[in-house]
Design a protein around this ligand. Structure first.
Ligand SMILES: Nc1ncnc2c1ncn2[C@@H]1O[C@H](COP(=O)(O)OP(=O)(O)OP(=O)(O)O)[C@@H](O)[C@H]1O
Length: 283
Protein backbone atom coordinates (compact mmCIF):
# COMPACT_ATOMS: atom_id res chain seq x y z
CA UNK A 1 0.00 0.00 0.00
CA UNK A 2 2.88 2.32 0.94
CA UNK A 3 4.51 1.52 -2.39
CA UNK A 4 1.37 2.46 -4.26
CA UNK A 5 1.06 5.71 -2.33
CA UNK A 6 4.73 6.47 -3.02
CA UNK A 7 4.27 5.74 -6.74
CA UNK A 8 1.21 8.04 -6.81
CA UNK A 9 3.20 10.85 -5.14
CA UNK A 10 6.08 10.34 -7.57
CA UNK A 11 3.69 10.55 -10.49
CA UNK A 12 2.25 13.77 -9.08
CA UNK A 13 5.76 15.21 -8.57
CA UNK A 14 6.72 14.40 -12.16
CA UNK A 15 3.89 16.63 -13.50
CA UNK A 16 5.38 19.94 -14.59
CA UNK A 17 3.69 23.33 -14.55
CA UNK A 18 3.75 23.44 -18.36
CA UNK A 19 1.88 20.10 -18.51
CA UNK A 20 -0.83 21.44 -16.20
CA UNK A 21 -1.02 24.59 -18.30
CA UNK A 22 -1.25 22.45 -21.43
CA UNK A 23 -4.25 20.49 -20.04
CA UNK A 24 -5.97 23.68 -18.83
CA UNK A 25 -5.54 25.44 -22.20
CA UNK A 26 -6.72 22.39 -24.22
CA UNK A 27 -9.74 21.88 -21.92
CA UNK A 28 -10.60 25.57 -22.20
CA UNK A 29 -10.36 25.42 -26.01
CA UNK A 30 -12.62 22.33 -26.16
CA UNK A 31 -15.10 24.01 -23.82
CA UNK A 32 -15.13 27.15 -26.00
CA UNK A 33 -15.50 25.15 -29.24
CA UNK A 34 -18.38 23.19 -27.72
CA UNK A 35 -20.06 26.42 -26.58
CA UNK A 36 -19.70 27.89 -30.07
CA UNK A 37 -21.43 25.03 -31.81
CA UNK A 38 -23.87 23.82 -29.18
CA UNK A 39 -27.48 23.89 -30.29
CA UNK A 40 -26.37 23.97 -33.94
CA UNK A 41 -26.59 21.18 -36.52
CA UNK A 42 -22.86 20.60 -36.04
CA UNK A 43 -23.19 19.56 -32.38
CA UNK A 44 -24.27 15.97 -33.07
CA UNK A 45 -21.58 15.44 -35.70
CA UNK A 46 -18.86 16.77 -33.40
CA UNK A 47 -20.06 14.44 -30.63
CA UNK A 48 -19.74 11.56 -33.12
CA UNK A 49 -16.20 12.57 -34.07
CA UNK A 50 -15.18 12.81 -30.38
CA UNK A 51 -16.67 9.35 -29.75
CA UNK A 52 -14.64 7.91 -32.64
CA UNK A 53 -11.50 9.53 -31.18
CA UNK A 54 -12.08 7.51 -27.99
CA UNK A 55 -12.89 4.27 -29.81
CA UNK A 56 -9.74 4.37 -32.00
CA UNK A 57 -7.24 3.56 -29.18
CA UNK A 58 -9.60 0.84 -27.87
CA UNK A 59 -9.74 -0.82 -31.31
CA UNK A 60 -5.94 -0.61 -31.48
CA UNK A 61 -5.57 -2.14 -28.01
CA UNK A 62 -7.76 -5.12 -28.90
CA UNK A 63 -6.05 -5.44 -32.28
CA UNK A 64 -9.28 -4.97 -34.26
CA UNK A 65 -7.41 -4.10 -37.47
CA UNK A 66 -10.36 -3.58 -39.79
CA UNK A 67 -12.36 -1.45 -37.31
CA UNK A 68 -9.22 0.57 -36.59
CA UNK A 69 -8.66 1.19 -40.31
CA UNK A 70 -12.31 2.23 -40.88
CA UNK A 71 -12.38 4.57 -37.87
CA UNK A 72 -9.06 6.18 -38.82
CA UNK A 73 -10.30 6.93 -42.33
CA UNK A 74 -13.69 8.08 -41.06
CA UNK A 75 -11.97 10.65 -38.86
CA UNK A 76 -9.98 12.12 -41.78
CA UNK A 77 -12.99 12.26 -44.10
CA UNK A 78 -15.31 13.28 -41.22
CA UNK A 79 -13.22 16.33 -40.28
CA UNK A 80 -13.03 17.42 -43.91
CA UNK A 81 -16.78 16.98 -44.44
CA UNK A 82 -17.44 18.80 -41.15
CA UNK A 83 -15.78 21.95 -42.51
CA UNK A 84 -17.55 21.66 -45.90
CA UNK A 85 -21.05 20.72 -44.71
CA UNK A 86 -21.07 23.07 -41.75
CA UNK A 87 -19.37 25.99 -43.46
CA UNK A 88 -21.99 28.52 -42.16
CA UNK A 89 -21.62 27.24 -38.58
CA UNK A 90 -17.80 27.23 -38.82
CA UNK A 91 -17.87 30.74 -40.27
CA UNK A 92 -20.19 31.95 -37.49
CA UNK A 93 -17.98 30.30 -34.85
CA UNK A 94 -14.86 32.00 -36.22
CA UNK A 95 -16.67 35.34 -36.34
CA UNK A 96 -17.74 34.81 -32.75
CA UNK A 97 -14.10 34.23 -31.77
CA UNK A 98 -13.22 37.45 -33.60
CA UNK A 99 -15.89 39.30 -31.64
CA UNK A 100 -14.61 38.10 -28.26
CA UNK A 101 -13.40 41.17 -26.48
CA UNK A 102 -10.54 40.97 -24.04
CA UNK A 103 -9.85 44.54 -23.11
CA UNK A 104 -12.16 46.58 -25.31
CA UNK A 105 -15.55 47.71 -24.16
CA UNK A 106 -18.45 48.40 -26.46
CA UNK A 107 -20.18 51.75 -26.51
CA UNK A 108 -23.11 51.06 -24.24
CA UNK A 109 -26.42 52.82 -24.13
CA UNK A 110 -27.61 53.81 -20.69
CA UNK A 111 -30.87 52.39 -19.34
CA UNK A 112 -33.01 55.31 -20.48
CA UNK A 113 -31.52 55.32 -24.00
CA UNK A 114 -32.00 51.58 -24.28
CA UNK A 115 -35.66 51.82 -23.21
CA UNK A 116 -36.26 54.65 -25.68
CA UNK A 117 -34.61 52.73 -28.51
CA UNK A 118 -36.67 49.62 -27.77
CA UNK A 119 -39.91 51.63 -27.51
CA UNK A 120 -39.24 53.25 -30.88
CA UNK A 121 -38.68 49.86 -32.46
CA UNK A 122 -41.63 48.09 -30.82
CA UNK A 123 -44.08 50.97 -31.51
CA UNK A 124 -43.12 51.01 -35.18
CA UNK A 125 -43.16 47.23 -35.52
CA UNK A 126 -46.56 47.03 -33.84
CA UNK A 127 -48.05 49.58 -36.25
CA UNK A 128 -46.41 47.89 -39.25
CA UNK A 129 -47.89 44.59 -38.13
CA UNK A 130 -51.39 46.08 -37.70
CA UNK A 131 -51.27 47.61 -41.18
CA UNK A 132 -49.68 44.45 -42.63
CA UNK A 133 -46.72 46.32 -43.99
CA UNK A 134 -43.73 44.08 -44.70
CA UNK A 135 -40.55 45.05 -42.85
CA UNK A 136 -37.03 43.79 -42.21
CA UNK A 137 -35.12 45.52 -39.40
CA UNK A 138 -31.61 44.60 -38.30
CA UNK A 139 -30.33 45.83 -34.95
CA UNK A 140 -26.54 45.73 -35.15
CA UNK A 141 -24.69 44.25 -32.20
CA UNK A 142 -20.98 43.52 -32.21
CA UNK A 143 -20.61 42.22 -35.78
CA UNK A 144 -20.22 45.20 -38.08
CA UNK A 145 -22.91 45.23 -40.78
CA UNK A 146 -20.90 47.54 -43.07
CA UNK A 147 -21.14 45.19 -46.07
CA UNK A 148 -24.95 45.18 -45.91
CA UNK A 149 -25.16 48.90 -45.13
CA UNK A 150 -23.17 49.68 -48.28
CA UNK A 151 -25.81 48.04 -50.47
CA UNK A 152 -28.53 50.48 -49.36
CA UNK A 153 -29.09 54.18 -48.81
CA UNK A 154 -27.29 55.78 -45.89
CA UNK A 155 -29.57 57.77 -43.59
CA UNK A 156 -27.68 58.12 -40.30
CA UNK A 157 -30.75 59.59 -38.62
CA UNK A 158 -31.72 59.56 -34.95
CA UNK A 159 -34.25 56.78 -34.53
CA UNK A 160 -37.93 57.53 -34.09
CA UNK A 161 -40.87 55.17 -34.46
CA UNK A 162 -42.49 57.34 -37.13
CA UNK A 163 -39.34 57.42 -39.26
CA UNK A 164 -38.95 53.67 -38.94
CA UNK A 165 -42.58 53.14 -39.93
CA UNK A 166 -42.29 55.57 -42.81
CA UNK A 167 -39.34 53.72 -44.34
CA UNK A 168 -41.48 50.65 -45.02
CA UNK A 169 -44.49 52.40 -46.58
CA UNK A 170 -45.23 50.47 -49.78
CA UNK A 171 -44.20 52.03 -53.07
CA UNK A 172 -41.74 54.43 -51.47
CA UNK A 173 -38.10 54.18 -52.62
CA UNK A 174 -36.64 52.68 -49.42
CA UNK A 175 -39.33 50.20 -48.44
CA UNK A 176 -37.73 47.22 -50.20
CA UNK A 177 -34.93 45.51 -48.31
CA UNK A 178 -33.57 45.82 -44.80
CA UNK A 179 -33.23 48.79 -42.48
CA UNK A 180 -30.16 48.81 -40.21
CA UNK A 181 -30.12 50.26 -36.70
CA UNK A 182 -26.80 51.02 -35.00
CA UNK A 183 -26.87 52.34 -31.41
CA UNK A 184 -29.60 55.02 -31.42
CA UNK A 185 -29.52 55.68 -35.15
CA UNK A 186 -31.08 54.35 -38.32
CA UNK A 187 -27.92 53.97 -40.34
CA UNK A 188 -29.34 52.80 -43.66
CA UNK A 189 -32.44 51.50 -45.41
CA UNK A 190 -33.19 49.60 -48.59
CA UNK A 191 -30.27 47.28 -47.86
CA UNK A 192 -29.76 43.95 -49.52
CA UNK A 193 -28.90 40.87 -47.42
CA UNK A 194 -26.43 38.99 -49.65
CA UNK A 195 -27.73 35.49 -48.96
CA UNK A 196 -30.85 33.53 -48.08
CA UNK A 197 -30.69 30.74 -45.53
CA UNK A 198 -30.19 27.24 -46.85
CA UNK A 199 -31.61 25.73 -43.66
CA UNK A 200 -33.96 23.03 -44.91
CA UNK A 201 -36.06 22.97 -41.75
CA UNK A 202 -37.57 26.40 -42.49
CA UNK A 203 -41.24 26.13 -43.48
CA UNK A 204 -42.00 26.25 -47.21
CA UNK A 205 -44.53 29.03 -46.62
CA UNK A 206 -41.79 31.45 -45.58
CA UNK A 207 -40.46 33.53 -48.44
CA UNK A 208 -37.35 35.52 -49.16
CA UNK A 209 -37.85 38.23 -46.50
CA UNK A 210 -37.84 35.65 -43.70
CA UNK A 211 -35.04 33.64 -45.33
CA UNK A 212 -32.89 36.76 -45.69
CA UNK A 213 -33.54 37.56 -42.00
CA UNK A 214 -32.46 34.08 -40.87
CA UNK A 215 -29.37 34.23 -43.08
CA UNK A 216 -28.41 37.63 -41.64
CA UNK A 217 -28.70 36.21 -38.13
CA UNK A 218 -26.68 33.13 -39.11
CA UNK A 219 -23.80 35.29 -40.27
CA UNK A 220 -23.84 37.91 -37.53
CA UNK A 221 -25.01 38.51 -33.97
CA UNK A 222 -27.57 41.07 -35.20
CA UNK A 223 -31.10 40.95 -33.82
CA UNK A 224 -33.34 40.80 -36.88
CA UNK A 225 -37.02 41.67 -36.77
CA UNK A 226 -39.40 40.70 -39.57
CA UNK A 227 -42.97 41.81 -40.15
CA UNK A 228 -44.84 39.71 -42.66
CA UNK A 229 -46.70 41.62 -45.33
CA UNK A 230 -48.99 38.66 -45.87
CA UNK A 231 -50.02 37.94 -42.28
CA UNK A 232 -48.71 40.81 -40.15
CA UNK A 233 -46.90 38.23 -37.99
CA UNK A 234 -43.88 39.62 -36.13
CA UNK A 235 -40.85 37.29 -36.05
CA UNK A 236 -37.36 37.52 -34.63
CA UNK A 237 -34.30 35.93 -36.18
CA UNK A 238 -31.46 35.41 -33.74
CA UNK A 239 -28.43 33.13 -34.10
CA UNK A 240 -29.93 31.41 -37.13
CA UNK A 241 -33.27 30.66 -35.43
CA UNK A 242 -36.62 32.18 -36.35
CA UNK A 243 -38.92 32.87 -33.41
CA UNK A 244 -42.49 33.53 -34.51
CA UNK A 245 -45.65 35.24 -33.29
CA UNK A 246 -44.33 38.13 -31.26
CA UNK A 247 -46.49 40.92 -29.92
CA UNK A 248 -45.33 44.33 -28.75
CA UNK A 249 -44.79 43.36 -25.11
CA UNK A 250 -43.05 40.08 -25.88
CA UNK A 251 -40.82 41.81 -28.42
CA UNK A 252 -39.89 44.51 -25.89
CA UNK A 253 -38.88 41.92 -23.27
CA UNK A 254 -36.85 39.83 -25.69
CA UNK A 255 -35.06 42.84 -27.20
CA UNK A 256 -34.14 44.09 -23.73
CA UNK A 257 -32.97 40.65 -22.61
CA UNK A 258 -30.80 40.16 -25.72
CA UNK A 259 -29.28 43.61 -25.59
CA UNK A 260 -28.40 43.20 -21.93
CA UNK A 261 -26.98 39.74 -22.54
CA UNK A 262 -24.84 41.04 -25.40
CA UNK A 263 -23.61 43.88 -23.23
CA UNK A 264 -22.63 41.45 -20.48
CA UNK A 265 -20.88 39.17 -23.00
CA UNK A 266 -19.08 42.03 -24.67
CA UNK A 267 -17.53 43.83 -21.75
CA UNK A 268 -13.80 43.41 -21.53
CA UNK A 269 -11.82 41.69 -18.80
CA UNK A 270 -10.86 45.06 -17.24
CA UNK A 271 -14.50 46.03 -16.81
CA UNK A 272 -15.41 42.56 -15.49
CA UNK A 273 -12.66 42.86 -12.83
CA UNK A 274 -13.91 46.35 -11.87
CA UNK A 275 -17.48 45.04 -11.48
CA UNK A 276 -16.24 42.10 -9.41
CA UNK A 277 -14.28 44.41 -7.07
CA UNK A 278 -17.33 46.70 -6.75
CA UNK A 279 -19.53 43.71 -5.90
CA UNK A 280 -17.05 42.49 -3.27
CA UNK A 281 -16.89 45.97 -1.72
CA UNK A 282 -20.68 46.19 -1.51
CA UNK A 283 -21.13 42.74 0.02
N1 LIG B 1 -31.99 39.37 -49.67
C1 LIG B 1 -32.86 40.30 -49.26
N2 LIG B 1 -32.42 41.39 -48.61
C2 LIG B 1 -33.28 42.32 -48.18
N3 LIG B 1 -34.61 42.26 -48.35
C3 LIG B 1 -35.10 41.21 -49.01
C4 LIG B 1 -34.26 40.17 -49.48
N4 LIG B 1 -35.03 39.24 -50.08
C5 LIG B 1 -36.30 39.70 -49.99
N5 LIG B 1 -36.36 40.86 -49.34
C6 LIG B 1 -37.57 41.66 -49.04
O1 LIG B 1 -38.66 40.79 -48.98
C7 LIG B 1 -39.63 41.14 -49.97
C8 LIG B 1 -40.23 39.92 -50.57
O2 LIG B 1 -40.80 39.18 -49.58
P1 LIG B 1 -41.43 37.74 -49.83
O3 LIG B 1 -42.89 37.91 -50.04
O4 LIG B 1 -40.66 36.98 -50.83
O5 LIG B 1 -41.07 37.12 -48.45
P2 LIG B 1 -41.91 36.51 -47.28
O6 LIG B 1 -40.89 35.91 -46.35
O7 LIG B 1 -42.99 35.62 -47.81
O8 LIG B 1 -42.51 37.77 -46.56
P3 LIG B 1 -44.04 38.27 -46.43
O9 LIG B 1 -44.69 37.38 -45.42
O10 LIG B 1 -43.85 39.68 -45.99
O11 LIG B 1 -44.66 38.16 -47.81
C9 LIG B 1 -38.85 41.94 -51.00
O12 LIG B 1 -39.71 42.83 -51.67
C10 LIG B 1 -37.82 42.64 -50.15
O13 LIG B 1 -38.34 43.82 -49.59
Amino acid sequence: MDGLYEAFLNALRSISVSQILDVVVVSFLFFKIYNLIKETRAEQLLKGIILIFFIIPISEFFNLTMLHWILNNTITIGLLSFVIIFQPEVRRALEKIGRTSIFDKNVQLDKEEKNKLISNITDAVDNLSLSRTGALIMVEQKTGLGEIINTGTRLDALISSSLLENIFVVNTPLHDGACIIRDKRIIAAGCFVPSLTTNGSIGQHLGTRHRAAISASENSDAIVIVVSEETGIISLAINGKLLRNYNKEKLRNVLLAFMEKNERDNIGVGEKVKQWIKKRKNS
